[in-house]
Design a protein around this ligand. Structure first.
Ligand SMILES: *Cc1c(COP(=O)(O)O)cnc(C)c1O
Length: 356
């Protein structure tokens, strides 16, 4: 494995004093991981350096054609002061699946996990300790060739930055209001939907903006072809409890394969629930609702872990789910996932990785 050169900052920043005001993603730690890719050399010069601006040529390809991929994960501080990562090897495997789709040279996944652990080890004191807080980790890769011709890049950079983030639910797990998006789509099969790449977020901003204007938290995305099958909720995967079955849309190319989604499915099955990954049409969901069979709905993702859906609006129809309250499955998943992540429950699944 390549050696990671470390240059520590001479001007450490003050850590946020009030952890209840952290918010999300606007404070960054003292150091970042960087490595470069140059054709002929491969990925080289892995290093940890003081956090700061990077120099880019104005023609850098990422700025023009969006050849970029990223990951999102967290480091958690346990009550006894240990630092834990949650399934980091899954993030790096997904990073490579995104890389493959975006014509970005693959990374050595095991090496990237080591790089992440080394960086988090150095920034350990930046992991906040208040209930529900964590250190958000953002690995990302972008094309830097100074070239406005459209080609896959020959020169790229891989960075990891870290941001202490607040509790997602400072006032407890609150069900959200969602509407079913009819005008815009996020992704199509054959496109980029399964890759964690900037373009998917650019495509989603307009719908998100309009949802917020109407006091909805996020939108429920339907498939881009028939505008009928449920895909995701905002930037989360989505689950429905219909009768005795828990249904989540099958991954078929346009849906992001969430690690929280995968973990929910594995936990639910280990508890004996019937989980089905399949196509789920919005009209089927509405029918189930009318028959009183739609018992719970929730989103899943690293940021919120579990986000219960209390209300779903589809055209003129309003579906009130579980009286707008948290369902028992949503609560159980939330308690168990957060319990494992913050080291409050035994990690029976072997999902956490300690950073020493
Ligand atoms: C990152 C992401 C998710 C959630 O993935 P996790 O690995 O669970 O955090 C879901 N949908 C989209 C569009 C995403 O970008």
């Amino acid at each position: 494995m390549q050696e990671i050169k470390v240059t520590l900052t001479k001007n450490p920043k003050k850590k946020p004093a009030d952890e209840s005001k952290l918010g999300f993603g606007s404070i960054f730690t003292d150091h970042m991981f960087v490595m470069n890719y140059d054709e002929g050399q491969g990925w080289h010069d892995p290093r940890i350096v003081p956090y700061g601006p990077i120099e880019l040529d104005p023609a850098a390809m990422c700025l023009h054609y969006g050849q970029e991929v990223f990951e999102g994960m967290k480091a958690y501080k346990t009550a006894d002061g240990r630092a834990l990562l949650f399934r980091p090897e899954k993030n790096m495997a997904r990073l490579n699946r995104s890389n493959e789709r975006l014509c970005i040279p693959l990374v050595d996944e095991a090496f990237c996990v080591e790089a992440l652990k080394k960086l988090v080890g150095i920034e350990k004191d930046w992991i906040p300790t208040a209930e529900g807080t964590s250190l958000y980790l953002r690995p990302f890769i972008f094309a830097v060739d100074p070239q406005v011709g459209v080609h896959p890049a020959k020169h790229l950079m891989f960075l990891i930055i870290c941001s202490p983030v607040g509790a997602y639910y400072p006032e407890g797990l609150n069900p959200v209001k969602i509407y079913v998006e009819k005008n815009y789509v996020r992704a199509v099969r054959g496109g980029l939907g399964f890759a964690k790449t900037a373009a998917n977020y650019a495509a989603s901003l307009k719908a998100q903006d309009e949802a917020e204007e109407q006091s909805y938290t996020q939108v429920l995305w339907l498939d881009g072809v028939e505008r009928r099958y449920i895909e995701e909720v905002g930037t989360m995967n989505v689950f429905f409890r219909i009768g005795d079955e828990i249904v989540t849309p099958a991954l078929q190319g346009s849906i992001l394969p969430g690690i929280t989604r995968m973990s929910c499915i594995e936990l639910l099955r280990s508890w004996g629930y019937q989980v089905t990954e399949r196509k789920l049409a919005i009209d089927e969901l509405y029918e189930a609702y009318q028959k009183g069979q739609l018992k719970e709905a929730f989103g899943s993702g690293t940021a919120a872990v579990i986000s219960p859906i209390g209300q779903l609006k589809w055209g003129d129809e309003i579906m009130m789910i579980n009286n707008g309250e948290i369902g028992e499955v949503s609560q159980k998943l939330y308690d168990n996932l957060t319990g494992i992540q913050w080291g409050k429950l035994p990690d029976t699944m072997g999902w956490t990785v300690e950073v020493k």
